[in-house]
Design a protein around this ligand. Structure first.
Ligand code: PMP
Length: 423
């Protein structure tokens, strides 16, 4: 079983650090090895050993329409026939920018980049330039990519591997990163009482999806908005996961809170490497070449990525998000009931097409409570589900994802697998 994946992983480890190009893929925290994927269609993955899996990772979010969605694939192939990169503007860049701007009232302009990391890094640079201040407040357990200033108490892979920060980041760079627990407005107020005059921005995942799935408490996002207004700091929503997933208009539409700047990635690239950051014209016009804030990219606005993003957003605009949310909740709650009926404590927060099994008796509201979950139980669940062809994120700190391609049959097969799990 998994012979070819094993062989490839051995070869990979000789030439790629840890055998993977992004840490959580290694699966060693869940006592497993990575599957090497041969192909993917809809919500089904096939690995190089010919085994099929129902995919609840969806490339960590982008594949909300499922893999190889015919019109997205066609758009990418058509674009490839017209050349893969020009280093000059192309029509689809304008169309995708218009589509993203039209989706959210807080946006008047966007700049395309190549990843979520680039988006958050550039948004922070812009916020610092706008306010002429250096400090940024982030929340413990939120992940904003791997740019230096955000690698303090971050979620995702750093949480999975209990890496508090990382060697290679100068202390001086993270000295300007202030931390507060998620959902804790009092801590934010305290921070502003001390440093308010030097805080350029608060950056937040409006729904925290890199420490499992932590929903904002009622009033939390509104509170951040008010504090930023009071202190003339910018509010940055990192919607790399939630953009076009929490709702078509992102978490900002869902919670009706307008940030000053928003970052995107994942879905807006339809599975190709893309990120974007945007906001009001008066801020965005400070970006070069209109303004002096430098930001650039050889492959930014890449025609293949723009075509994939446009095709994806075109379909999503007409898609029934409410129905997908209902189906996700029904599935997640059935999964919860199956596990709790075995006497195992479980929390199952859901939002839109995201769900997260937390093996805990207590509600999870921040990183400290997420860390109290039983990772041994999670590992056992993960391994037994995977052995039955159900592909979940290999970490208790990641969010489960559902796509428009998941059918009732996919859900019931996943639930049948859960019934057979022994704890
Ligand atoms: N912000 C958030 C909220 C993310 O979830 C991620 C990646 N999972 C990033 C930023 C970084 O994006 P990328 O991996 O594309 O650099």
């Amino acid at each position: 079983m998994d012979t070819t994946s094993r062989q490839l992983f051995e070869k990979a480890q000789a030439v790629i650090p840890g055998g993977v190009n992004s840490p959580v893929r290694a699966c060693h925290n869940v006592d497993s090895q990575p599957l090497f994927i041969a192909e993917a269609h809809g919500c089904h993955l096939t690995d190089v050993d010919g085994r099929q899996y129902i995919d609840f990772v969806l490339s960590w979010g982008p594949m909300i329409l499922g893999h190889d969605e015919p019109s997205v694939t066609r758009a990418v192939c058509d674009a490839a026939h017209r050349g893969t990169s020009y280093g000059a503007p192309c029509p689809d860049e304008v169309k995708l920018a218009e589509a993203v701007v039209a989706a959210m009232p807080s946006l008047e302009m966007v700049r395309m980049v190549n990843s979520g990391t680039e988006a958050t890094m550039s948004a922070l640079r812009l916020a610092r330039a706008v306010t002429k201040r250096d400090k940024v407040l982030k929340f413990v357990g939120c992940y904003h990519g791997h740019a230096d200033p955000f690698l303090a108490a971050a979620g995702s892979g750093l949480a999975t591997f209990s890496i508090p920060g990382t060697p290679g980041v100068p202390a001086a760079v993270v000295a300007d990163t202030l931390l507060a627990p998620y959902n804790d407005l009092d801590a934010v107020k305290e921070c502003f009482a001390r440093h308010g005059e030097s805080i350029a921005a608060i950056i937040v995942e409006p729904v925290a999806a890199n420490m499992g799935l932590v929903l904002p408490k009622p009033g939390f996002l509104e509170g951040l908005r008010a504090i930023c207004d009071q202190h003339q700091s910018l509010l940055i929503f990192d919607e790399v996961i939630t953009g076009f997933r929490a709702a078509f208009g992102g978490a900002q539409a869902r919670f009706k809170v307008d940030p000053d700047l928003t970052t995107f990635g994942k879905i807006i690239g339809g599975g190709l490497p893309v990120g974007a950051f945007g906001g009001k014209r008066r801020f965005m016009e400070l970006i070069a070449p209109r303004g002096g804030v430098y930001q650039a990219g050889t492959l930014s606005g890449n025609p293949l990525a723009m075509a994939a993003g446009l095709a994806t957003l075109g379909i999503l605009k007409k898609s029934d998000y409410a129905a997908l949310e209902d189906r996700t909740r029904a599935f997640a709650f059935s999964l919860r009931d199956i596990i709790t009926s075995k006497g195992v404590p479980l929390q199952m927060p859901t939002l839109a097409s995201m769900f997260c099994p937390y093996f805990s008796e207590h509600e999870v509201t921040d990183f400290a409570s997420a860390q109290k979950c039983d990772q041994k139980l999670f590992t056992s669940f993960y391994k037994q589900m995977r052995a039955q062809g159900i592909y979940l994120a290999p970490s208790g700190y990641e969010t489960g994802m559902v796509s428009f391609a998941h059918t009732d049959d996919d859900f019931s097969r996943a639930l049948d697998a859960a019934r057979k799990v022994l704890f």
